[in-house]
Write a protein that binds this ligand. Structure first.
Ligand code: SIN
Length: 308
């Protein structure tokens, strides 16, 4: 049986459904190319803001055993540097057939517009709008993804400033993620990414009584997040008529199959890189293929949304 892992995400062809999740790597074109060569179907940049951001002091990430906790502070060199990285990455990814997703964020609803415009000029295949970082500075009232109306407003601002398909990245830290998904789809989102990290959580050094992360709290990711992410993807898939990129604790082909069963068109991989290295993309694809072979599925469409 010949198995075809390729998918179409918001009109964009991916050679396979694995995507480098935003925030892990993805600040330089060299690293994005290495991820593509390791087998990813698409790579997502780290979230890009108009102005450069230093982020929080170290330590910004901790492997606490079952998963990771991070508070990086959305560090990035700003849009001017990142458009050059996107252009360079696009050139090197194109021959591999691997797609580039530019993740953007802004401090205000208004600033999402110019950020989307600048970044789009570099020609990413898709834009992902990060409205769900749980590691906010004290001067933020709440993340944009916490309120369906505000999430919709951000989506409208981005859609009015780009010709690229727009994914909106949602948070599991809300009472009703489906309402937020419905609001962003009504505002024009072409797809949903679900989910960002959970929390914020807190881990102490019990000898000092102080948090281990310099920021104090941080977003929880990796396998402990997976059952929550799977439930969120299932609920969103059932409620809206746009593709969903499922992410949260995916480390194996088994986990990717589970995401597809609850409706994901593609599957983000992030924290697993810390445990397994970049080879995780190739491994997930091979394991997914063997799952499909066992079940007689030639394409992912054959079982997408059939579970849950
Ligand atoms: C961070 O940079 O602190 C995390 C980014 C995110 O979770 O969106």
């Amino acid at each position: 049986m010949s198995i075809d892992l390729s998918v179409t995400l918001c009109g964009v062809h991916l050679p396979n459904p694995t995507i480098l999740a935003s925030g892990i790597l993805g600040l330089t074109h060299e690293v994005m190319v290495r991820v593509a060569e390791a087998g990813a179907g698409a790579v997502t940049t780290k979230s890009i803001s108009l102005a450069p951001r230093d982020g929080y002091p170290n330590p910004v990430v901790l492997d606490w055993g079952p998963g990771l906790i991070n508070a990086v502070g959305l560090s990035n060199p700003g849009v001017e540097v990142m458009v050059e990285e996107i252009r360079a990455a696009k050139e090197r990814l194109a021959p591999l057939g691997v797609r580039l997703i530019a993740s953007i964020f802004a401090d205000t609803i208004y600033d999402f517009g110019p950020t989307a415009r600048y970044v789009s000029a570099a020609g990413p295949d898709l834009i992902e709008v990060n409205i769900s970082c749980p590691n906010l500075d004290d001067d933020y009232l709440q993340m944009f993804a916490a309120d369906p109306y505000v999430a919709g407003q951000v989506t409208r601002r981005v859609k009015g400033n780009t010709d690229r398909p727009v994914l909106v990245k949602l948070s599991p830290n809300v009472t009703d993620i489906v309402r937020v998904a419905e609001a962003v789809v009504e505002a024009g989102a072409d797809g949903i990414t679900a989910v960002n990290s959970l929390g914020p959580g807190l881990i102490l050094d019990i000898e000092t009584g102080r948090p281990i992360l310099a920021h104090g709290t941080g977003g929880v990711s990796g396998p402990p997040l997976r059952p929550i992410a799977v439930r969120c993807v299932r609920d969103i898939y059932r409620a809206v008529d746009v593709p969903v990129v499922g992410m949260g604790g995916v480390t194996s082909g088994r986990d990717a199959a589970e995401m597809v069963l609850v409706g994901a068109t593609a599957v983000g991989i992030g924290s697993a890189i810390a445990y397994q290295g970049m080879k995780v993309f190739g491994e997930v694809c091979r394991e997914l293929e063997s799952y499909m072979e066992r079940h007689g599925f030639e394409r992912l469409e054959r079982f997408r949304g059939r579970g849950g």
